[in-house]
Ligand binder design. Structure first.
Ligand code: GLN
Length: 452
């Protein structure tokens, strides 16, 4: 009950959880005890965790941070949820998030903003801000998240914990409520790379119910988590530093923390080399065409007919759709649906959507060129530390720009990790982002582990 008690004590001020499943957690803990007594425990048996409220959980409310799903109890578990259940992990509850994972600050939740445990006047990042705050405040040792454009790495950075988004297709999207299907990927939060490696190992795996799930042999993502053999454990590792990431736009306190971390990596034996991602600056415009386009299609299923919010009064079917959606979706979700339907509409498709897809290809090619010169890429996770709650809510474009370093990774489908690398002004955590080539998760985690 340690974590349940901590949740009871601290969640009222942090708002990290939407649902706490005390009874379910205690029952799962008893089952885990029995399994341990019987001698067939796995690495996560009895380990408490929290799921981002984007993952469907059988019998437990799944809201996706939206009024639209404020009454939705899923009849089935997401693939990730069933894998972790089978591993014996104990689900404490469902964490707060930006509505339908659209946001960078967790202020877009129907359930109110999450507070950053380091400074409760500040945002924790988003969209998986509840999971990140829960792990940072030790309300859960590990938590799941999803990352469509940085939503695992950015909140991990802002809350001083480690988070990894694997290669697209490694974690099944079955039962993970869709935002932008070609970008969405489940990920793991923990206090360390070693913890993330254990969680990711249990979450990953082929699932025939997700057509983009990759059929690959099971991997132990902790295989490169090892005690250093000597004082240069990273000898031979080439870390690429994208010129464009270090050029401008990064706050001075973030730059200082990132430079210090790179010095530490050099002390551990790694070498650094400048690389170039010339199209990375186009990642945000490309993303804000592709992601809303996919979202407008994915969110069409919320019509008030089969599940979710339905307006109380309506004259006919069309009005029921319109009123249910108008009432059920928040402002940011509506903005994205409007953008998405616009860029997909006849006459604009070639000008926007097709161009964005071309940029996406160029960005992926940039990374491939860079990985000919280095093994991993490093840079800041975000241009600034966590900002004040309310500071960017009136300016969506400012909010979008805060994801400048994370979004290109999703467009290319690459794995990315954020680990804490010190503090900026106001004692707020700074995240260092490590980007790997496809299926380089174990290398990223092993590298971060040597730093930690
Ligand atoms: N902040 C980005 C957005 O609002 C990314 C969110 C995410 O990764 N889910 O779309």
């Amino acid at each position: 009950t340690l974590f349940l008690d901590r949740i009871a004590a601290h969640n009222p001020s942090l708002n990290a959880f939407i649902t706490v499943d005390r009874d379910g957690a205690l029952a799962a803990a008893r089952a885990a005890d029995a399994r341990i007594a019987a001698g067939n425990a796995g690495p996560l048996t009895g380990i408490p965790l929290a799921h981002k409220d984007v993952f469907c959980t059988e019998g437990v409310l799944t809201t996706c941070g939206s009024k639209m799903l404020s009454n939705f109890v899923s009849p089935y578990d997401a693939h990730v949820v069933s894998l972790l259940k089978a591993a014996g992990a104990v689900n404490l509850g469902k964490t707060n998030m930006d509505e339908f994972a659209m946001g960078s600050s967790n202020e877009n939740s129907h359930y109110g903003p999450v507070k950053n445990p380091w400074d409760t006047t500040r945002i924790p990042g988003g969209s998986s801000g509840g999971s990140a705050a829960a792990v940072a405040a030790r309300l859960a040792p590990i938590a799941t998240g999803t990352d469509t454009g940085g939503s695992v790495r950015q909140p991990a950075g802002h809350t001083g914990i480690t988070g990894i988004k694997p290669t697209y297709g490694v974690v099944s999207r079955y039962g993970m409520i869709a935002y932008a299907s070609s970008l969405d990927q489940g990920g793991a939060f923990g206090a360390s790379a070693a913890d993330c490696a254990q969680l990711l190992t249990a979450m990953a795996g082929f699932d025939e119910r997700d057509s983009t799930s990759l059929e690959r042999p099971a991997e132990d993502y902790a295989r490169e988590i090892a005690a250093p053999a000597n004082d240069k454990p990273l000898a031979g590792l080439r870390i690429g530093l994208p010129r464009e990431f270090f050029a401008e736009g990064m706050a001075e306190d973030v730059r200082a923390a990132v430079e210090a971390a790179l010095d530490q990596y050099r002390k551990l034996g790694a070498t650094t080399v400048e690389v170039s991602l010339p199209n990375a600056r186009l990642a945000i415009p490309a993303y804000y065409v592709i992601a809303p386009a996919e979202a407008s299609s994915n969110l069409s299923r919320f019509d008030g007919v089969r599940y979710g919010h339905r307006a109380a009064e309506y004259r006919d079917l069309a009005e029921m759709y319109a009123k249910s959606r108008a009432e059920g979706f928040g402002a940011e979700v509506k903005r994205r649906i409007l953008v998405g339907t616009y860029v997909l509409s006849h006459g604009y498709y070639d000008a926007y959507y097709l161009q964005a897809q071309k940029l996406r290809r160029l960005i992926a090619q940039d990374f491939q060129a860079a990985f000919r010169e280095c093994d991993v890429i490093a840079g800041p996770t975000s241009p600034t530390t966590a900002w004040a709650i309310g500071e960017k809510t009136d300016d969506p474009v400012q909010m979008y720009l805060s994801d400048i370093y994370t979004i290109a990774v999703n467009l290319a489908g690459l794995p990315g990790l954020s680990h804490p690398c010190g503090f900026g002004g106001g004692n707020l955590p700074v995240g260092l982002q490590l980007i790997g080539d496809y299926f380089g998760e174990a290398r990223l985690l092993g590298t971060a582990h040597q730093y930690q």
